[in-house]
Design a protein around this ligand. Sequence first.
Ligand code: NAP
Length: 308
Amino acid sequence: MEPTRIALVGMGKIARDQHLPAIAGDAGFSLAATVSPHDRGIDGIPHLDSLDDLLANGPAVDAVALCTPPQVRYDLATLALKRGIHVFLEKPPGATLAEVDVLQERARKTGSTLFAAWHSRFAAGVAPARAWLADRHVSKVEIVWREDVRVWHPGQAWIWEPGGLGVFDPGINALSIATHILPRPFFLRSGTLELPANRAAPIAAQLLFCDAAGAPITMDLDWRQTGPQSWDITIETDAGTCKLTRGGSVLTLPSGTEHSEDREYAGLYARFATLIRTGRSDVDTGPLKLVADAFLRARRETAEAFVE
Ligand code: NAP
């Protein structure tokens, strides 16, 4: 079978760090073009300034991976889907929930694949944690996602704008894991968002969720963490503690600790290939729904202005 010709749209940090190597390592895809307004692309691959230009002047593509900030993703996905091109959406799948619904409907009509990628779900410890938790009784969950925004998001103005999610940009990764591994659905009870006086998005959040059986789930997000970084989820159950650390790559169960090689983006592209081959889409807006609920339900407090 011929490889899927794919264009990478939005040549920023994640496109270069993860998408380029994942595509190069997957025989099911061939990189046909790159698209980005201010980037020069990579040697030997056609580069265009806009998706409009790519679609008008080629080269032909079967799929696009949208690695832009979420605020521009809907328009780009619409352009592609209208032409029957398969679309890989980086997380979060959009800037609003309703726009993602519209994309889903469009993909259904055109028969294209729409894939809302949640890379953290492909971290090594996540699938075994989900299997272990499937028939456990969960009594308490603690999510701690604290990192240094200056290290991980330098110069990313979009992340502080409406639709950029602020500290929920990494926090939604934790929610993508929690919604995938916990045996029961959960929802927000209360919370606090801390917004720097000079920014439109939160730098920290403390949230209290509860699952359908009443178990409390706390979430502590903070972008002001210097020194050791924390991307941890601790789940207390009737059979002991399940702990995912380092963003889901290390799993500790009562029987011991497992740590495997990082294959998140290889896993995402394998999944995208399967969806295309079988004519299906995969769009789970659950994690984005919980973030939207935080903006709807949590109290806002003003924090010290953030200067990068
Ligand atoms: P980034 O470094 O700011 O890169 C985004 C790129 O999108 C920019 O380089 C910009 O290109 C391009 N862009 C903006 N508008 C565009 C348009 N209309 N058409 C084509 N390209 C456009 O951001 P990032 O960190 O890669 O994050 C991008 C997305 O990936 C976010 O949703 C983020 O949550 C997700 N993600 C990021 C990471 C990470 O570790 N950084 C991990 C997983 C997922 P120009 O420079 O050419 O203007």
